[in-house]
Ligand binder design. Sequence first.
Ligand code: ADP
Ligand code: MN
Ligand code: MN
Ligand code: MN
Ligand code: MN
Length: 356
Amino acid sequence: MAASKGYRPDLLAPYLALPQGEKVQAEYVWIDGDYELRSKTTTVDKKVTDISQLRQWDFDGSSTDQAHGHDSDVYLRPAAIFKDPFRGGDNILVMAETYNNDGTPNKTNHRAACKKTMDQAKDEHPWFGLEQEYTLMGLDGRPYGWPEGGFPGPQGPYYCGAGAGKVFARDLIEAHYRACLYAGVNISGINAEVMPSQWEFQVGPCEGISMGDHLWMARYLLVRIAEQWGVKVSFHPKPLPGDWNGAGCHTNFSTEAMRTEKGGLDAIKAAVEKLSKRHNEHIAVYGEDNELRLTGRHETGHISQFSSGVANRGASIRIPRHVAHKGYGYLEDRRPASNIDPYRVTGIVVETCCLL
Ligand code: ADP
Ligand code: MN
Ligand code: MN
Ligand code: MN
Ligand code: MN
């Protein structure tokens, strides 16, 4: 496996072990103009115990497709703090929101609107669990570990697979899982997917705005760790044409009423009914190129048609069998693509199910 050019953990290790005094490093992470993640570091005088101790910062938005050169400063406002698994100690990662010079949210800052929606619906205690699927790619742009000039055997043995020839880059995936746990990302599981070199991690349940914060930080950790392995991460919903599964971001959702033993299933059905009336509005924010994935095949519902059902993996909304059996729990919206902005998706789900 070709490690990232120039990455030498053996040379770096003694420096990372040096004492750093009172000072800590804060890595500000933000979403750029093309929904890629960027980050830069600032030194803070002492250990951070509250987000209010972090300063508003700025960056050159003309270099990230977020501003014009003549008015290029974009502001970074700290939104959520995680522990930094790369530097360790009291060093932190900071999920930051982006704001323009005039105080309006930057074009890719959907957290601002999502936060307002979540604040309005907070009494319903909306919970989310997102299943992030993604595909590992070599630096040549082909799925990682696939035979040179050819294809692996057809789908079948790879989903949750174990054993040589069935599993690709398990070491990278293990590193990511543990890094998430260390960072304080609410990761709830991982599995190998149907297409070889495709994986999934789940984050949740997370309440309200924290869902987007945790998913974006989990993605950041994945991209940073894959960088060390010399592997690229694709969040494209159909990374390979043909008989290979696409990649989604199933969105599991519940309110307190839906989680309540008495009347839970009725509340879930009421939410499904509301969702059925706003299919197009949802699809509009459920990811770019999602029509390549939502074909009605490969365990998806068709993009042009809303559908729902118990235990139906070919539907837009699935009520898990165990939920229907118990009579309360959550629903699964299977439409969102792997490249969604979770702030937009969780925002519209709460708007539709709780505020309309
Ligand atoms: P699937 O069977 O569709 O593959 P997963 O096990 O991958 O499901 O993911 C289920 C997700 O649902 C997890 O992220 C979990 O945290 C989340 N979840 C569990 N209970 C709830 C709930 N009450 N509300 C919202 N999300 C939930
Ligand atoms: Mn400079
Ligand atoms: Mn899953
Ligand atoms: Mn999956
Ligand atoms: Mn699912």
